[in-house]
Design a protein around this ligand. Structure first.
Ligand code: DNO
Length: 346
């Protein structure tokens, strides 16, 4: 496996000089942030990420995210043009040495949380989700807003978008995903880039919008839409683990050979559709991190890994979930798990 770290570009308070000092760090996971979803990334912007990484002895082989525009998810008029843009981005990224692209197919919202700085007993804070809080919010009328996406749309834009999704069910979303994959996967294959869809976070429907990358059955269905090694998966432990019904090591075994990227983090489930993000080690949360790594090693996983959301510790401030310290601790812990699982075949 190759250990990587997410970097949000020159604006990120976490620097490449810091990232390179984390033991075993091979490269960064990044994206072009100044182009709206659906646009084409300039070769210059892609090249400048690559160069900045290289100057610091780091690779840039993984993109997260190359966003899929809502037109594609909706199967709306104009979707073809955006799919062509998407393919062009794959070609350009491949030319710059990118080997894996993480994306998601969640309508309207990406990840959702009800709290961005949930305080833990030890004084650290982390992201948290409580469905009871989320259900009190009507994204159209409520004055309350959810962290994570509230600045992305104006109320009017959101209203139009949600109306467009009103009669889109799971099957139609799958059909639109299939149309997307039929165009994109051959381009990915020709260019030697693995596509790695990210699970929905949390892995259930929110605000009546369908979510389809959620559990064993749905992900099996997704993998069959294009039964091709280049149609792969980002295995996000924290996203899938939010549902107690997801048996993560079992899912890893079921998806063997198709997992290209692993996001490893722990969460603690504290009730029905309620969880908080915690430090990476097994004993800190509900997920058995060693069993997860063991399943990856056992199934011959040779993709990219990154520590995922960290807590804010030692007074650090910055982008929620993406500070330096706790993710660096997570990286060191993940390295240890892989070393043990690989050496002792535990
Ligand atoms: C949140 C991330 C997601 C992820 C996208 C991938 O911290 O895990 O935003 O990058 O869903 O497309």
């Amino acid at each position: 496996m190759k250990l990587t770290f997410r970097w949000y570009g020159p604006q990120d308070p976490v620097t490449l000089e810091q990232i390179r000092q984390i033991p075993m760090m091979s490269g960064i996971v990044s994206a072009v942030y100044d182009v709206a979803p659906g646009g084409v990334w300039s070769e210059q912007s892609i090249g400048s990420i690559k160069n900045a990484a290289a100057v610091n002895g780091l690779e840039f082989e993984v993109v997260e995210s190359l966003p899929v525009s809502e037109e594609i998810k909706l199967g709306a008029r104009g979707a073809d043009r955006f799919i062509e843009h998407y393919c062009e981005n794959i070609r350009r990224l491949a030319k710059a040495g990118v080997k894996c692209i993480c994306y998601n197919f969640m309508p309207v919202f990406d990840w959702l949380r009800s709290e961005l700085a949930h305080r833990h007993a030890d004084g650290s804070n982390a992201l948290a989700y409580d469905e009871r809080t989320v259900l009190q919010m009507n994204p159209l009328t409520s004055e309350l807003s959810l962290p994570g996406w509230d600045e992305s749309y104006t109320k009017d834009q959101l209203k139009t978008l949600l109306a467009q999704y009103a009669d889109l069910d799971e099957n139609r979303l799958f059909a639109n995903l299939q149309t997307f994959l039929e165009a994109v996967i051959p381009v990915a294959r020709e260019n030697g880039v693995y596509m790695a869809i990210h699970p929905d976070d949390p892995p259930w429907s929110v605000f009546g919008l369908p979510r389809i990358i959620t559990d064993l059955q749905h992900i099996k269905r997704f993998l069959k839409l294009a039964d091709d090694p280049f149609n792969g998966l980002t295995f996000c432990a924290g996203s899938l683990g939010a549902s107690a019904e997801n048996d993560l090591p079992n899912m890893i075994r079921a998806f063997a050979g198709r997992i290209r990227f692993a996001h490893l983090r722990n969460i603690r489930r504290t009730g029905y559709r309620r969880f908080e993000e915690v430090a990476h080690p097994t004993a800190c949360g509900s997920l058995d991190m060693l069993e997860i790594v063991r399943a990856l090693v056992e199934t011959g996983f040779d993709g990219y890994v990154r520590p995922d959301h960290g807590r804010m510790v030692w007074g650090e401030t910055g982008r929620c979930g993406y500070g330096l310290y706790d993710r660096a601790l997570g990286a060191a812990y993940i390295t240890g798990l892989f070393e043990a699982a690989q050496r002792w075949h535990i």
